[in-house]
Write a protein that binds this ligand. Structure first.
Ligand code: ATP
Ligand code: MG
Length: 426
């Protein structure tokens, strides 16, 4: 992509209303445009990261047999009346009527809609277990939308729903999903801490939240410092749930099971939340399936969310410096930024740009006629992990590679530079 034709409205100034660094950087890096309170448009740079997150989530879930669908954002109120949540959900749910005065809601979550689909088609235990998911927009009329995309009113969520014949089966599915979450966050280059959580209004008796550590997080976490010394073989629900980790509302210093020296306290951003809630919806909405003994049952359900647009903010909170964003290589919007410093070197710069594309590397090529300082600061601000800079040494066929994260610079030939980028992403 040539920067001269890319919509990247970067700015030097910090927006007045942005209280946290990810919000400031997302605005300054031209990622989001606020249409109204808590409602954003995602501009091309953000969209490219969303697509990466979408792909990672899809890969992780498809691996364990989940099936992707798309449900409507607009739902009939009748389903919520059936489940008993129409009155309970409160003012976060946006309610309105169509031209025939039929009540509708803009979905804040999709347990009702998915149960309605499942009850139409899943009639036998032979069709179970099933996990259906979507990556789609939700609306919650949050009382205090804030921190940019972290607590928006309209936001993108991955929401998955599982159906099982038995409680044992549902608990097994929950564990599979828990482990898939660990896999997904790892593929995003993120360290997360799973906390034992209070199931809240969704109901049920088993629930975990997944948090990214960041000073600006909304929750205070208390956890065993062993989380910082985990080995790859420890990354399972079985191992991790043996370690102490709770949010402050669940933490009791007198009942806490680990010694004080091992207890850590940091703030965290909730990026995922999973629940097992049995037959709460299949019962109220009368979904009936025949079990292996030929008896009618209400299948056992779980639901599993990941805040996709919140992740954009959470990733930036946990990976930035004074110059701007530093994308983990797994989710970067482009693999490399190419900066040409002088009009004279345009032919060579174009050549290198095409080499990179021929090697299937995604590149944002600053081919504009901005000043050198602006080019450097823009590239640092948008945080691509690697930069290739074409300066005067191009006469000897040499370019400079800068690693955004460390600031290290290396001089090498154009061919080696392409190889360097390829190896970096291997
Ligand atoms: P919170 O406690 O932060 O309000 P929640 O418990 O209401 O979250 P869930 O209903 O479990 O959230 O939704 C699943 C995920 O969707 C959350 O883990 C979070 O990452 C994301 N999410 C929830 N509300 C918002 C919001 N207002 N803006 C952006 N993302 C959100
Ligand atoms: Mg909420």
């Amino acid at each position: 992509m040539r920067l001269s034709s890319f919509l990247l409205p970067v700015s030097k100034n910090n927006p007045q209303d942005a209280q946290i660094v990810s919000h400031r950087l997302m605005i300054r890096a031209g990622m989001i445009y606020q249409n109204t309170s808590g409602i954003y448009s995602y501009l091309p740079l953000a969209q490219r990261v969303i697509q990466k997150l979408d792909h990672i989530i899809e890969t992780g879930l498809n691996k364990i047999g989940c099936q992707r669908i798309t449900m409507p954002t607009i739902q009939p109120a009748s389903l919520w009346i059936e489940s008993g949540r129409y009155g309970d959900y409160g003012k976060e749910m946006l309610k309105f009527e169509d031209r025939h005065d039929r009540p509708l809601v803009y979905g804040p979550t999709h347990e009702e809609v998915v149960t309605d689909i499942a009850r139409a088609y899943i009639k036998s235990y032979r069709q179970l277990p099933k996990i259906l998911y979507q990556i789609h927009w939700k609306f919650r009329d949050e009382i205090r939308p804030r921190f940019g995309v972290m607590r928006g009113r309209e936001f993108l969520m991955k929401d998955a729903y599982s159906f099982d014949e038995t409680e044992q089966g549902a608990r097994h599915t929950y564990e599979k999903m828990f482990n898939a979450y660990l896999d997904i966050f790892k593929m995003m280059g993120l360290n997360v801490i799973p906390l034992k959580a209070d199931p809240g209004p969704i109901g049920g008796d088993l629930s975990h939240e997944f948090h990214v550590l960041a000073d600006t997080g909304e929750s205070e976490l208390y956890y065993d410092e062993a989380f910082h010394e985990l080995q790859p073989q420890d990354m399972t629900m079985e191992k991790l749930t043996q370690l102490y980790a709770v949010a402050d509302d669940q933490h009791d210093p007198y009942q806490c099971s680990i010694p004080k020296e091992r207890l850590k306290s940091r703030r965290g951003i909730e990026v995922g939340h999973i629940f097992y809630f049995g037959d709460k919806y299949t019962k109220s909405m009368n979904m009936i399936t025949v079990n292996s003994k030929g008896e009618p049952i209400h299948p056992q359900m779980g639901s599993y969310g990941i805040g996709v647009t919140r992740l954009l903010g959470a990733i930036i909170e946990s990976s930035h410096d004074a110059q701007g964003i530093i994308w983990p290589k797994e989710v970067t919007p482009f693999q490399v930024g190419l900066i040409n410093l002088k009009e004279d070197h345009k032919v060579k710069a174009d050549e290198l740009y095409h080499h990179l594309l021929d090697h299937h590397l995604s590149c944002l090529y600053d081919d504009t006629d901005e000043g050198i300082g602006k080019k450097f600061s823009t590239m640092d601000l948008i945080g691509l992990p690697l930069q290739i800079i074409i300066g005067d040494r191009i006469q000897e066929n040499l370019v400079e590679i800068k690693i955004r994260h460390t600031g290290d610079r290396h001089i090498m030939s154009m061919t080696d530079a392409v190889k360097f980028v390829e190896d970096f992403y291997m």
